[in-house]
Design a protein around this ligand. Structure first.
Ligand SMILES: [Zn+2]
Length: 471
């Protein structure tokens, strides 16, 4: 009897093994075919694998220490910063790219780094995960460290209410009780993820204001998540982030183990800060502009500690870090130096505006608005962005360029923000847009939504030898 049961188990394992092999094979070959066709699609191979074996990700990630980065803004930059730390610590790791941050894309990436039998030869994986997709993905990954950057209102039509996003992450956390959470202490929404969970938590945050003046912003979290009383703030960094506390129920910001104690300088290219990490003070140079990247840097140092990388290595990694695709990436376009900064929701957009406003030089500005699925099909969010702050400085802008599928709506928004309509140039064709940008030496800030960034980059790649992102 006993012998028989063993035999059945062995048969079962054999079938499961075959299924895994088939799934990996299908994933690898379909991915190769897609690449051959010059397609950057990363989700389809994973979809096929998932059809063959619903537990495929569980199989492929067995024994791998996984760091997951999720949250609304800064996932990609934070992931790249942590990646730099992994690199410098000499970890044997692999990472996914932002275009592959849904369950199926993550499966594709794991399959690429596994043998046909489904054995992964890497010790660590660094996975950027879409907030909504984390609920499902977390069921299958052995997560060692979960970074949640922040939670903002984003693409409303896709995720529904903010609490919907928050609950997706909250539910995901229940699947990984052994993971250490790396949470933004300044975000009252993110911070609430630590309520009633057994997980260990490492907090990061910014202890002081970042800018002297900030864009006017609608807060995404005015009222206490527990008792609906309006929060009081000791200081704010941007949007709803800062030293919050609820006067009624006492819910408040946690003191971060990794906290920015001083913002020495914020420039157009980089920032200098003083970071206190686990009681040690570090002068940190961040090779990226913008207050949001100060948060990303703090998150990186906190996550590095969780996965066993010492703080000095993590801090060094930040100064050597080079910015990635669409996140303040620089191009030489004709005669002009252009900086491309992805915009996808009011909070992120206002940060970009803060950054441009902090500069005093003459420049061109270009707004690219699309309304495809990945951009959010409802573009009403642009009315929550503080374009008025830019309009006040419009004398500094030598040209005001507008493009994208919804260029007219963008132009209308700028008109109401106070820009002189006679100066707003709507240029629908990207080739003509690039010509306008490159026509003179004045630097340019380009602010595209997600798919507009891809379109523009496609146009740019026809002219120079810039690599496409999926390579
Ligand atoms: Zn309260």
């Amino acid at each position: 009897m006993f012998y028989k049961r063993n035999e059945i188990t062995r048969e079962k394992e054999k079938i499961m093994g075959i299924r895994t092999r088939l799934a990996v094979l299908a994933c690898k070959t379909s991915n190769a075919v897609l690449r051959r066709m010059g397609r950057g699609g990363t989700n389809l191979p994973g979809k096929i694998a998932l059809k063959i074996d619903k537990d495929i990700l569980k199989e492929l990630s067995r024994g791998v220490k996984v760091t997951v980065v999720t949250g609304t803004n800064g996932k990609t930059t934070t992931s790249r910063m942590i990646e730099q730390a992994f690199e410098e610590a000499g970890y044997k790791y692999f990472a996914n790219k932002s275009g592959a941050n849904l369950l199926t894309g993550i499966i594709t990436v794991f399959a690429q780094h596994c043998s046909l039998s489904g054995k992964c030869s890497y010790t660590h994986a660094l996975i950027e995960c879409d907030e909504a997709a984390f609920r499902k993905t977390s069921e299958m990954l052995p997560v060692e460290c979960l970074v949640v950057n922040n939670i903002f209102r984003d693409q409303l039509d896709r995720y529904g209410e903010i609490t919907h996003t928050l609950n997706a992450i909250r539910e995901g956390i229940t699947h990984v009780p052994d993971a250490t959470l790396c949470l933004n202490a300044d975000c009252s929404l993110t911070s609430s993820l630590a309520d009633d969970v057994p997980n260990k938590v490492v907090w990061f945050g910014v202890d002081v204001p970042i800018y002297k003046e900030t864009a006017f912003e609608l807060s995404d979290a005015v009222y206490c998540i527990h008792c609906k009383t309006e929060y009081e703030y000791d200081y704010r960094t941007y949007s709803h982030l800062g030293g919050f506390r609820c006067p009624k129920c006492g819910y408040h910001r946690q003191t971060p183990q990794v906290g920015v104690t001083q913002v020495v300088r914020t420039g157009a290219d980089s920032s200098d800060i003083v970071l206190n990490a686990f009681g040690h003070s570090h002068d940190v140079h961040i090779n990226l502009p913008g207050g949001y990247n100060i948060y990303n840097a703090a998150a990186c140092v906190a996550a590095a500690e969780i996965v066993g990388i010492d703080e000095d290595t993590a801090v060094d990694a930040l100064s050597r870090f080079e910015c990635g695709f669409g996140r303040a990436e620089q191009f030489e376009l004709g005669k002009s130096k252009a900086r491309m900064m992805l915009v996808k929701n009011p909070a992120g957009y206002n940060q970009v505006i803060n950054q441009i406003s902090n500069d005093e030089e003459e420049c061109k500005i270009a707004f690219l608005l699309n309304d495809r699925y990945a951009d959010g099909t409802d573009i009403s969010w642009i009315w929550d962005v503080d374009f008025e702050a830019l309009a006040r400085q419009s004398a500094r802008f030598t040209r005001i360029l507008v493009s994208g599928v919804r260029a007219d709506d963008m132009a209308l928004r700028l008109k109401y923000a106070g820009f002189d309509t006679g100066r707003i140039e709507v240029i629908r064709d990207y080739e003509n847009l690039l010509e306008a940008i490159g026509a003179d030496e004045t630097p340019t800030f380009i602010m595209p939504t997600y798919t507009a960034m891809f379109d523009l980059r496609g146009e740019i790649s026809k002219h120079t030898d810039i690599k496409a992102f999926y390579e």
